[in-house]
Design a protein around this ligand. Structure first.
Ligand code: CDP
Ligand code: CDP
Length: 225
């Protein structure tokens, strides 16, 4: 069985995919991490991100793998663990550019589909239900109000130590602007844009907890089993 979860930044895809994978014993595939890895490696190797052919050549030659280390899933590029490096603001700001290159997307397809061979999976990203697994048994389009998504991202960044109300508000404003820029780029690109599949179930998580959303999707999975 393939469970596809698509949606904009900060809607809860990773958290909910992780939780569902655990509940059902499915593999989890974070496709955003793969595009992040390409953006990070291009910068690391000094490739100009405007050089479409250069970035595409890189995406074709690197090997991206996910491997569990002490219970947590790590991402490696040619054996190098880049799990921390792909979560920086620099990568946040550049990933949508490389993800819009058709050759980069093409290079990611095969390894993404390979994860589903012989496994039940929960895959999350932007084009899972439309392009990567158009025949997925369960498709969810997860949304939330943009300001709520920005607030969640800021709180996530601070872990347990939330800043005071004024600093929080300032950071939410900055993060909201960055999220909206990225959503616009992802939804506006020509290839595999962020768009709801016609047969997806849309879930707005603005006023719902992670557990509530997971329970809802779990019911969809049970129904399809
Ligand atoms: O975690 P967050 O929602 O902020 O982002 P992500 O899922 O890690 O994805 C990072 C970026 O990768 C997105 O903004 C897209 O530009 C790109 N992406 C994509 O184009 N297609 C996917 N299936 C997944 C991510
Ligand atoms: O993967 P994506 O960018 O869609 O979102 P995420 O990284 O899973 O979620 C961003 C943050 O929002 C995490 O800290 C989640 O715990 C939180 N979240 C929440 O508070 N309530 C939800 N219903 C969904 C996510």
């Amino acid at each position: 069985m393939i469970v596809a979860i698509d949606g904009p930044a900060g809607s809860g895809k990773s958290t909910i995919a992780r939780e569902l994978a655990q509940r059902f014993g499915f593999e989890k595939l974070d496709t955003g991490a793969m595009y992040r890895a390409v953006a990070f490696m291009a910068a690391d190797r000094g490739i100009d991100l405007d050089d479409e052919q250069g970035v595409e050549a890189l995406a074709r030659t690197i090997t991206i793998r996910f491997a569990p280390v002490e219970g947590a899933l790590r991402i490696t590029v040619d054996g190098r663990d880049v799990s921390r490096e792909i979560r920086t603001p620099a990568v946040d700001a550049t990933v949508s550019k490389v993800a819009a290159y058709p050759g980069v997307r093409e290079a990611m397809l095969e390894p993404q589909r390979a994860v589903a061979e012989g496994h039940d999976i929960v895959a999350e990203g932007r084009d899972i239900g439309t392009v990567v697994f158009p025949d997925a048994e369960v498709k969810v389009f997860l949304t939330a109000d943009p300001r709520e998504r920005a607030r969640r991202r800021v709180l996530q960044r601070h872990g347990g130590d939330a800043p005071d109300a004024e600093a929080l508000e300032r950071e939410v404003e900055e993060t909201l602007a960055a999220i909206e820029r990225r959503d616009a780029a992802d939804a506006g690109r020509a290839v595999a844009p962020l768009v709801e599949a016609p047969d997806a179930v849309e879930i707005d998580s603005t006023a719902h907890t992670i557990d509530e959303v997971c329970d809802r999707i779990a019911r969809l999975i049970e129904e399809r089993r």
